[in-house]
Ligand binder design. Sequence first.
Ligand SMILES: *Cc1c(COP(=O)(O)O)cnc(C)c1O
Length: 507
Amino acid sequence: MSQYPDTAVAAGPGDPRALRALTAVALDALADGAAARGGALPAGGPEAVTARTRNLLTPILPAQGVGAHDALYDTVRATAQGAADPGEAHCVAHLHCPPLAVAAAADLAASALNPSMDSWDQAPAAAVVEEEVTAALATLMYPAEKRPDALITSGGTESNLVALLLARERARAATDGRGTLHVLCGENAHHSVHRAAWILGLPAPRHIPCPGGRMDPAALDTALRDLADTTGRADRALVVATAGTTDEGLIDPLPAIALTAQRHGAELHVDAAYGGPLLFSDELAEALRGIEHAVSVTFDLHKMGWQPVAAGVLAVPDAELLHALSLRADYLNADDDTEAGLPDLLGRSLRTSRRPDALKIAVTLRALGREGLGRVVEHCVRTARRLGDAVDAHPALRRRPGPVGISTVLFRPVAADRLPAEEGDELVAGIRRQLLTEGLAVLGRATAEDHDGTRRLWLKATLLHPQTVAADLDALLKLVAERAELSPTADVVTLPAPQARLESSAL
Ligand SMILES: *Cc1c(COP(=O)(O)O)cnc(C)c1O
């Protein structure tokens, strides 16, 4: 027994008795919290959740500790009771996946071992695990390349930042520092692309129109021509396309975009944070054709890869493309250490101390294999299509015209169409908040173009659960339809019935 209470360590040579016992406490607290919640999220909205959680956890820094057991049980139980749980069928708002049990268990081991990925002497085997994982994932993206490579990142935001940083450094190197990098991205691009340009001191990205939610290659062609006409000869352009938009799961036409970029001497980065894992499936990989032309690819395994956050990846076709990140710090990778054969990890991230996120990814890749992962991806895509069909068949609901995204379905009650535009959108937003407050469902929201070109507000269901089937979501559609009919504003204005639905089509 230590002279300091509750300071048993998770790792070390002894029997991991403390961790085993506390893990059991945490699991009990998770189960009890979920039972107390009884659904996708806690009822009552922010006020009720905040009051209850504060009440259970105050004071957070007592003068004398309450002890490991009670602190762990109470805090985990309160957090679980107040969770929006992506393991529940009706929790479908975001690219927020239920992590696989096997990945969460691997993450526990990662926490216990605590290798830090900034130097070999903190992570001798974990460094090998990361190398194998990044090589395998880079090869998935770039099967024809000799030396593809990838970095593990904290997610799509960091991957996009590093992609723009590397592009900026290439532009500078190619022009002796005289040229500026101009980023062109779709109106549908993730906000992290704009933030990355802002952080890096680049001009604000130029927006390419996205009729129907996808980048228009002809508009890109025009924009690249305008750019060449109005900027210096030393300037360079980076086109950022999206494979799996956050709002709709749509994939930009990558082959046409790649060709257009190439014609203008521009580079292409593909943000496949959502869609990248389609490559695990032989049947669906075709949807990403053209991605191999990208100079870098962002993808996340904490979205359609069932990992606990964080599990981001940035892949490049050649390891040399990562060279700009290399860095010396004598205490982490002294030249003589590196010459003596100690691997240099520092240049593989913008971060210094870094969790071994590759461990849970390695366990998952080995456990399911490419085919197993591909089947789960196919399941999510299929579930979304069936949900789309169920919406199409529902008399009180209507789907956003056009194809169902990767695993994302946008829909709204037809009652909203009977109202003036703004009130219709308010009805949609109100239903989402009502279901949140009732603790019945976590639906997302997205503004997207309707059949008449008007941008309207839609409810969004993002399907990432390996076990949820479309029938589990019938109840969710029913809840939405009921709330719409009950809404006080729903029958204020009675206009002719909404126009006939446009035909649906597939991914
Ligand atoms: C989620 C997402 C991101 C951001 O990724 P994080 O992992 O949340 O940082 C970037 N791009 C797209 C298209 C996304 O869907």
